[in-house]
Write a protein that binds this ligand. Structure first.
Ligand code: UDX
Ligand code: UDX
Length: 433
């Protein structure tokens, strides 16, 4: 994996910044990670990860001698030539991407000494056209010597190391060929296809990729809803579709909707971007609407068997937006818990790692560290996140501890309908006859 070691900086020690920084250190580069959150830096200095990401804490330990953590941007600029930017770009109320963290970084940079060999590499997801504006801003600030490349990240939370080290493709959008060459040299040892293009096109590849994956999910969720009406099984439908190379089986898992720090915000940001340019992106409007409705269909399934949910004890299994992460951003669990509270239900929430992230966010929800305790005496259980700790439960034994109503809703189609029914529960899934 070794290539000639580079001096790398990473701005933002979040899910993308830490995945990127620690993997690059593991590849042999010297990496200095900058974050404004002192508590996060202190934890990292002690070898602790502020996020849950399988395998990353071990990789951090193995590459510790090539990693530094600092809040001081000047230290990064002194010790690094290639600077990856991975600050968060959350959605604003209008759905546009909030670039305040990005512009703050550039304003700070303009106050500091920079060299000809400094190259800024944008990993954060930024609207198409941002790179052009930042390039103009750099030039206006007398920083024409500082290079800028768009290099969107496609890693998934929960499999960050695998995805970073085995990218399906590496996208490099640059203004100067030599800048793109320097970034390409970093990824060359990974042996993945490299797409060299313009900055706006690179930015659009990121948005279009996330929006297409989200569209695929909303499509299969609508198919699932029709399957329920016509008595078909969406899991087999997806298998049948997926054998067609043009379709592919990946991201055809019907469920209670997509969440996370990327799909919801990137789909709305792309829709907004199109709208700002005068184009009404109808498809994405539906993708978002279908996704919001999909989360709420669970309530209908519960009412079908329990009637009013007032006074009922409903247990949600899984807080994080997907397994193997403690990230709850735009998680279906938050919407479901709030809906159930509004219906007057007593809501319990279990998650193997993400409860700390929920604490203080959902007042009135009982948080439980033990899944079986969460299920005992419950009128209904909803599988929200397909953690292996949840899928692998002794379901017949757990169901035996539930209240007589015993309703199980499998929001991710990962349980075996027969064994759940055989255990005496009323079973509902998503699009399964
Ligand atoms: C990343 C990308 O940056 C975002 O564009 C993409 O859409 C999702 O993935 P993520 O890694 O999930 O975001 O962000 P987050 O986990 O919130 O981490 C951002 C880090 O940047 C935080 O640790 C925060 O403290 C730090 N930060 C933020 C700075 O160091 N400086 C700032 O000015 C703002
Ligand atoms: C996503 C993209 O996959 C990744 O390339 C990009 O860099 C960041 O955004 P991530 O948000 O970490 O990654 O998770 P992902 O595995 O894509 O899941 C996103 C959401 O879609 C989750 O809520 C998941 O439960 C849901 N999903 C995924 C489905 O409902 N069905 C599927 O078939 C796949």
């Amino acid at each position: 994996m070794e290539s000639s070691a580079a001096r790398i900086g990473v701005i933002g020690a979040g899910y993308v910044g830490l995945g990127t920084g620690i993997c690059l250190a593991a590849m042999g580069h010297s990496v200095i990670v900058r974050d404004i959150d002192e508590r996060r830096l202190a934890a990292l200095a002690d070898g602790e990860l502020p996020i849950y990401e399988p395998g990353l804490v071990d990789l951090l330990a193995d590459s510790r001698h090539r990693l530094q953590f600092t809040a001081d941007l000047a230290e990064v600029l002194a010790g690094a030539d290639l600077v990856f930017i991975a600050v968060d770009t959350p959605p604003t109320y209008s759905g546009d991407a909030d670039l305040s963290r990005v512009t703050r970084f550039f304003a700070e940079l303009a106050q500091l000494d920079t060299r000809d060999d400094h190259l800024l590499i944008m990993k954060s997801t930024v609207p198409v056209g941002t790179g052009d504006r930042l390039r103009a801003e750099l030039d206006r600030q007398g920083l024409a010597h500082v290079g800028y490349v768009s290099n969107p990240e496609f890693l998934r939370e929960g499999s960050a190391i695998h995805d970073f080290m085995n990218p399906d493709r590496v996208v490099i959008g640059g203004f100067r060929v030599e800048d793109g060459d320097r970034v390409q040299a970093i990824y060359a040892p990974l042996g993945s296809p490299i797409i060299r293009t313009t900055v706006p096109t690179a930015e659009m590849i990121k948005y279009a990729s996330n929006a297409f994956l989200a569209t695929k999910i909303s499509f299969i969720n609508e198919i699932a809803n029709v399957c329920e009406e016509v008595g078909a099984d969406v899991v087999t439908v997806a298998d049948g579709m997926g054998h067609d190379q043009r379709i592919g089986r990946a991201f055809l898992n019907a469920g209670i909707g997509f969440g996370g720090s990327c799909f919801p915000k990137d789909v709305s940001a792309l829709k907004q971007l199109a709208g700002n340019s005068g184009y009404h992106f109808q498809l994405l409007t539906s993708v978002i609407e279908v996704n919001e409705l999909q989360k709420r269909r669970v309530i209908g399934k519960l009412k079908k068997h329990l009637g009013s949910l007032a006074g009922r004890t409903i247990t949600l299994l899984g807080a994080s937006f997907k397994p193997e992460t403690d990230d709850i951003r735009d998680a279906a669990s938050l919407v479901l818990a709030s809906r159930l509270l509004a219906e007057g239900a007593h809501v319990r929430l279990y998650d193997p790692v993400a409860l700390d992230a929920v604490r203080g966010l959902l007042s009135g929800v009982e948080l439980l560290e033990d899944a079986l305790a969460a299920i005992a005496d419950a009128d209904a259980v909803v599988l929200v996140t397909e953690w292996r700790q949840i899928v692998g439960l002794d379901w017949p034994a757990a169901i035996a501890t539930m209240a007589p109503s015993r309703v199980v809703v499998d929001g991710r189609n990962v349980l075996d309908p027969q064994s759940i029914r055989a255990a005496g529960a009323t079973f509902e899934a998503i699009g399964r006859a």
